[in-house]
Write a protein that binds this ligand. Structure first.
Ligand code: KIV
Length: 264
């Protein structure tokens, strides 16, 4: 496999080849997922929940993100490395630039932030300084206390229209990738068609340009009830390698997500 860059992702969108993404938080898992052909590895702030046992992503700090990004960077092979700016680490353009710089210097190649159209100036500023961005829209877990829980976003037409408009504004501001979490299938399809940049989905249906899951969820390592949008790929696999490889094949063949993983 050749090194994955933003150009590769753009070509995949153009040709209709689905982009495969998983999270990883350490070097062993980075090796596991990248050797099975994953295109993008996300060092997600979900590490607060799955590695640290926190109730949400809110307590995750910049030091946590840099530590895990450095660990994953050691073993990414050809995958692209994306890292999250954590809660309250991008409250001003200047703070965003400083913190995104720390993540880039820890090995990230693209930085993810949660929000909507209000992020446009930050996106432009980071791009001017050589930092590509991914904006995570829809259900943004850092705002769980504002939403009052982990709820599907964009079911009503005002919110759906605002999200479509935000996607177009963010593209104009220079965002490289969009990520949609927990939005209805039809809205995700409309946003994906409205922009020329790649759109990755989680709980956003089959029509986005790519899919992402939390690696511990799809390997069935997380206890308790799983979100509807995830799937246990371990149940029909003999090893973690085989489970990741089945996920890659299922995404590329359009078999994942199936209807039961989506919100209509
Ligand atoms: O932090 C994370 O793992 C994420 C994914 C769920 C997309 O943002």
């Amino acid at each position: 496999m050749a090194k994955i860059t933003l150009n590769s992702l753009a070509k995949m969108k153009q040709s209709g080849q689905k982009i495969t993404c998983l999270t990883a938080y350490d070097s062993t898992f980075a090796n596991l997922v990248s050797t099975q052909g994953i295109d993008v590895i996300l060092v997600g702030d979900s590490l607060g929940m799955v590695c640290q046992g926190q109730d949400s992503t809110v307590p995750v700090t910049m030091d946590d993100m840099c530590y895990h990004t450095r660990s994953v960077h050691k073993n990414i092979n050809d995958a692209m490395l994306m890292a999250d700016l954590p809660f309250a680490s991008y409250t001003t353009d200047e703070q965003a630039l400083q913190n995104a710089t720390r993540l880039m210097q820890s090995g990230a190649e693209i930085i993810k932030l949660e929000g909507e159209a209000w992020l446009a100036p930050v996106v432009t500023r980071l791009r001017q300084h050589g930092i590509p961005t991914c904006v995570h829209m829809g259900l943004t877990p850092q705002s769980v206390n504002v939403f009052g829980g982990y709820k599907v976003q964009g079911r009503d037409s005002d919110r759906a229209d605002a999200m479509i408009k935000a996607a177009i504004e963010l593209e104009a501001a220079g965002v490289a990738v969009l990520l949609l979490e927990c939005v209805p299938v039809a809205l995700a399809r409309e946003i994906t068609a409205a922009v020329s940049i790649p759109v990755i989905g989680i709980g956003a249906g089959p029509d986005t340009d790519g899919q992402i899951l939390v690696v511990y969820d799809m390997l069935d390592l997380t206890p308790g009830r799983k979100p509807r949008f995830t799937k246990n790929f371990m149940s029909e696999s003999g090893s973690a390698q085989e489970a990741v490889s089945s996920y890659v094949a299922a995404v590329r063949d359009g078999l994942f997500p199936a209807r039961e993983h989506c919100f209509e």
